[in-house]
Design a protein around this ligand. Structure first.
Ligand SMILES: Cc1cc2nc3c(=O)[nH]c(=O)nc-3n(C[C@H](O)[C@H](O)[C@H](O)COP(=O)(O)OP(=O)(O)OC[C@H]3O[C@@H](n4cnc5c(N)ncnc54)[C@H](O)[C@@H]3O)c2cc1C
Length: 470
């Protein structure tokens, strides 16, 4: 069985990251992609620093930092482009050592993931390979591709919004809100445009819109379409002018229907869903891809543990149990933020204007508006949220703080290795138990001690999520 691969269906960003994460755990992987060449359309432009943890474990975060730039805050505007509130964001390193939020061009991310996959001997990609059927017998999944059948030890369905794998395992999407149609325009400018460098959100129910510099010479404009309206009906130049982007070159215009949805079933035997195959979210708070990267970061070690015989098959039950509530929480938050910023009619817009006046000067509101932390995972077999420390820390992500070890400075992840570990306070500082070794750490910047607070010991899972804290 050791030569039989895990099959990843779909070579989008989630499938490619999954392939790298599985290969780093020693598993051979076959990626099956129906398109003959990469899709390459720009979609996601924002990722938070928690999601970068998955890219770090996949070995590509250094390359990602080269193609991205720090996100620089949020400006809320009324329908006349007057600023209602402005929330700046510190572009410096956050809790995980990277900017709290980064802007990037999705095809650049996909290109660097493909390059990393190409350099990984354990991963093979087949293009022009559309998966049409699945059956499982005795721990082996037969994956139907054209007129052949490919054996797999497990299958990860990362095949996007219209997922075939989702249909084949009998799962359905459940709506968490109304569908919303948007125009999405990708822009470029030979000279930098005279624009504010953060995200502009137009909070006008008559024409909700978003404008933002992305990375390099790229910019993005999105506008909600009214029922029956098409992208061709909009005078783009007029809509872009208030942001100072009237002379940008429009390189692509598309219409997208955003559906807030989460699948009702994420697993059937050894077949699991991840990414857009499992959830879809509206554009507000920019979490679609981030959710998918978290899915595969959290499922890769579980799959490796089951396939190596270290863990029982039932470990895979925790995939949906942990990921679905997290996805639902963020999709609902996106729906709520969208309604608060752009919903209602004229009177709602007036109330919004009154409420937002001066709100950006309230520190708690400003902190909430720019906080990149996502909700902790719920209590379950791998998240023991008991006791004071457990309720505060279990289910959250360990900061990727810098530590000193043997006179050398490195991120704590490097010390903890790729398995489970513990981190404790001791008389001599912090002590990690990882890979059967006891390692004394110097908490050089004091980040870990501050984060631990009154907790004495935390148990850290392979995906750096805190399992328990005392
Ligand atoms: C306009 C827009 C803006 C967005 N902005 C953000 C943002 O700022 N931040 C964010 O986090 N997210 C954002 N998103 C969401 C993000 O782009 C998606 O969540 C992400 O691309 C999903 O990646 P994926 O790998 O799951 O799916 P996809 O990228 O859709 O990849 C799925 C792959 O599977 C292949 N496939 C499908 N069926 C089969 C089959 N039967 N056999 C073989 N292969 C198959 C497809 O060809 C495709 O290559 C945005 C989305 C849009 C549309």
């Amino acid at each position: 069985m050791s030569g039989v691969p895990v099959v990843v269906v779909g070579a989008g960003p989630v499938g490619l990251t999954a392939a790298l994460l599985l290969a780093r755990r020693g598993l051979p992987v076959l990626v099956l992609e129906r398109h003959a060449s990469p899709y390459g359309e720009p979609r996601a432009v924002h990722l938070d620093d928690e999601a970068l943890r998955a890219l770090a474990d996949a070995g590509v975060v250094g390359d990602f930092l080269q193609i991205s730039r720090p996100a620089l805050g949020l400006r809320l505007l009324d329908g006349h482009a007057r600023v209602l509130a402005e929330f700046g964001r510190d572009p410096g390193a956050g809790l995980h050592g990277w900017p709290q939020a980064s802007m990037f061009h999705q095809p650049d991310l996909e290109a660097l993931l493909r390059a990393a996959v190409g350099a990984e001997p354990l991963v093979r990609i087949e293009h022009g390979a559309e998966v049409t059927g699945l059956s499982e017998d005795n721990g082996v999944v037969s994956v139907r591709v054209g007129d052949r059948s490919v054996p797999a030890r497990a299958v990860l369905g990362c095949d996007g919004a219209n997922s075939t794998v989702r249909r084949l395992i009998g799962a359905r999407m459940r709506d968490l809100g109304r569908a919303d149609r948007w125009l999405v325009a990708d822009l470029r400018a030979a000279e930098p445009l005279p624009v504010w460098p953060g995200v502009h959100q137009v909070c006008d129910p008559r024409r909700a819109a978003t404008f933002m510099p992305v990375a390099g010479d790229r910019y993005r404009f999105e506008a909600r379409l009214a029922p029956g309206e098409t992208a061709a009906d909009l005078a783009l130049g007029e809509l872009l002018a208030p942001f100072g982007a009237g002379r940008a070159e429009v390189v692509r215009i598309a219409e997208y229907t955003y559906r807030p949805q989460v699948a009702d079933r994420w697993r059937a035997g050894r077949v699991l869903l991840a990414g857009d195959a499992a959830h879809l979210t509206p554009p507000f708070i920019g979490q679609g891809l981030g959710l998918g990267l978290r899915d595969v970061h959290q499922v890769a070690w579980k799959l490796a543990a089951v396939l190596s015989g270290e863990a029982r098959e039932s470990l895979l039950d925790t995939h949906q149990a942990e990921r679905a509530p997290h996805a639902r929480a963020l999709v609902r938050l996106a729906v709520l933020v969208g309604a608060l910023m752009t919903g209602g009619g004229r009177s709602a817009a007036a109330v919004r204007r009154a409420v937002l006046a001066g709100v950006d000067r309230v520190p708690a509101v400003a902190a909430f508006a720019t906080d990149s932390r996502t909700p902790p995972l719920r209590r379950g077999p791998l998240v023991e949220r008991s006791g004071r420390a457990g309720r505060r820390l279990a289910g959250t992500l360990l900061p990727r703080a810098q530590v000193g070890v043997d006179g050398r400075r490195c991120p704590v992840d490097e010390v903890l290795g790729s398995g489970s570990a513990t981190l404790s306070r001791s008389a001599s500082g912090l002590v990690a138990f990882a890979d059967g070794r006891r390692i004394v750490l110097d908490d050089v910047d004091g980040v870990l001690s501050e984060w631990l607070g009154s907790a004495h010991t935390v148990a850290v899972r392979p995906d750096r999520i805190i399992r328990s804290a005392v």
